[in-house]
Each structure stands twice: as C-alpha cells, then as structure tokens.
Ligand binder design. Structure first.
Ligand code: LIP
Length: 291
C-alpha cells in the first residue's frame, strides 16, 4: 500500500520515549489496581452523550489518580483525558488518558476493559496534529500490559515475562478475522450496522470486544488480523495505535495516514491494500455519508 506514514511532530529535545514508556506502564498499573481492588458495590453510574454512554465514579477516580501520579513524575507535562480534570504543560509532551476504556464492560464486569496512557507530541486537539511517542494499555484483570515507544517496537508484559509483538502475516481478506465497535448514538449505530452488513460476507468473521485500546493491541499481538472503527476519540486510540504501529501493523484513517474520528484502521501489512480501500469506501458510503 503506497500510503506513506507522515513523520509528524518531532520528539522535543531532552525527552526520552523509553522513560515515558516506563512511566506509562507504572501509572497504568496503579490505576489498574485502583479500579479492580477498590471497585465499590455501587459504581455511581451516570450518562454522558446518550443514556447508553455511561461513566462510573471509578472512571473519574482512575483519571484523578493518573493526573496526580503524572504530575509527580513529569510536572511540566500537560494532561488530558476522557473524564473531568486536566493539566497544562510547557514541556511539549501531553499525556492522553482513557482511565477506563471499555466502561460498559467494566459496568457488566466483563474482563475486557483497559487503562490507556499515551504520551504525545504536537497539538492533540487537532486531528493529524499529534503523534504518540510512548504508551501503555493495561487489562487489569488479565494482567496483560501492552506497551511501546516510537521506533522501539511493541511488547507485551505478563507475570511470565515480556515478549515482542508482531502483527499477523495474513494476506487473504476472505480469511481475515476483524475487530470493530459501535458508537453510543442510535443513528450512528444503524449506519455502522449497514457497513457491517456489506463487510461480513467478505471476511472470515468479526469480533466486538468493547474496548478500542484492547482491539488495537489485539492486532499488535496477532489475535486479530485487522480492526476498524468510526467515532473514536483521541483517548480511545492514542496508546493502542502506537502499540499496533510498532508491532508492524498499518494504522491509517479515512483520508490518509492519520487515524481520526471518521475512521481508525489497524491491519496486518499483508492485508492493508484490499482492506483499507474496502473499509474506506464502505465508511464513506454508509457512515460519513460523504459519497
Ligand atoms: C469505547 C471504545 C469502543 C467503542 C465504544 C466506546 P469508552 O470507549 O473503546 O471501541 O466501541 O463505543 O467508545 O467509552 O468505553 O471509553
């Protein structure tokens, strides 16, 4: 696939992506302990954009803990996250947090949710204006910690050690196992369903795990051949897309190399050509309706 990955914003002088990766791992573990070991009986659930888009008091508590720990370790960095609370910075590094990615899974106690922590450079408020240079995605129930830094490859650390990650060698779309997800808005969901109706007969099967961060890491470790979703925020994908890219997956968006709200795709390199073209066409046809 001839799509060139743009270099994107430079790593600021004096910033060490290896150190940032270690910090991301440490703070993700601390937040992971909080949301599992201190899970209250009543999660204090409230609704956000729609009544199915929920937040619990533990999403907020996890973000507050992450902001506190990052403030102690990297006081000059900025921090933004899915929930309330942020910090301004002067270092050129911004931490992008999803304190619980897969909140509905957390609510139902389905062990497929994650703490996602990414260090990015550039303007994270502008699509394509930033890039991740270090990150960690922790599934606190399985204990699987996916992590990476730019140019350093991707790794999975568990109780039994650390292994390097690589996307699959898949090259036949008809045999591809794909992941996807759906938004919280009913109209968006019906459009995403129409896309799926067209895609499903053309691939091996689809998995809907419920966490974009874990789906992107599933591509990185070869549990999926590819993943696509529309409607993701920066915090859903910032760490996972770096892990996928550093594991050799092709990560792109609807109109070019930058993943974005319109579309985020991560796919095994051997499948990138046919899959990216197909899912872009179907997304334009059914989801963004800009055909
Ligand atoms: C979730 C994503 C998932 C998507 C859900 C939701 P949240 O993030 O991880 O991929 O399908 O609609 O956006 O809301 O649990 O942080």
């Amino acid at each position: 696939m001839g799509e060139q990955v743009t270099a994107g914003p430079e790593v600021p002088t004096g910033v060490d992506p290896v150190e940032l990766e270690q910090i991301a791992c440490e703070v993700a573990r601390a937040a992971g302990r909080l949301i599992t070991e201190e899970r209250p009986r009543d999660l204090g659930v409230s609704a956000k954009s729609t009544r199915t888009d929920v937040v619990t008091e533990m999403d907020q508590a996890s973000q507050e803990l992450l902001i506190t720990l990052l403030g102690e370790r990297r006081p000059r960095d900025a921090v933004v996250g899915e929930e309330e609370g942020a910090a301004v910075g002067t270092s050129g590094v911004t931490w992008v947090l999803d304190p619980i990615d897969g909140t509905v899974n957390y609510l139902y106690d389905i062990p497929a949710y994650a703490v996602s922590v990414a260090a990015v450079v550039g303007d994270q408020g502008v699509e394509g204006g930033w890039r991740s240079i270090a990150g960690a995605v922790l599934n606190p129930v399985s204990g699987e910690l996916f992590h990476a830094h730019v140019g350093g490859g991707a790794r999975l650390t568990t109780a039994s050690g650390t292994v390097a990650l690589a996307a699959t060698g898949a090259s036949d779309l008809g045999l591809a196992l794909l992941g996807t997800g759906f938004g919280y808005d009913a109209q968006v969901r019906s459009r995403q369903a129409r896309l799926l109706l067209e895609l499903l007969p053309q691939v091996r099967d689809i998995r809907r795990a419920g966490s974009a961060a874990l789906d992107l890491c599933a591509v990185a470790c070869g549990r999926l051949d590819g993943y696509y979703e529309s409607g993701l925020n920066a915090w859903d994908r910032a760490a996972g897309e770096l892990v996928a890219r550093e594991a050799g997956a092709v990560v792109v968006g609807l109109g070019g190399p930058d993943a974005g709200r319109d579309l985020t795709v991560a796919v095994a390199p051997g499948l990138a050509g046919p899959f990216v073209e197909l899912v872009r066409t179907l997304t334009r046809e059914h989801v963004t309706q800009d055909h």
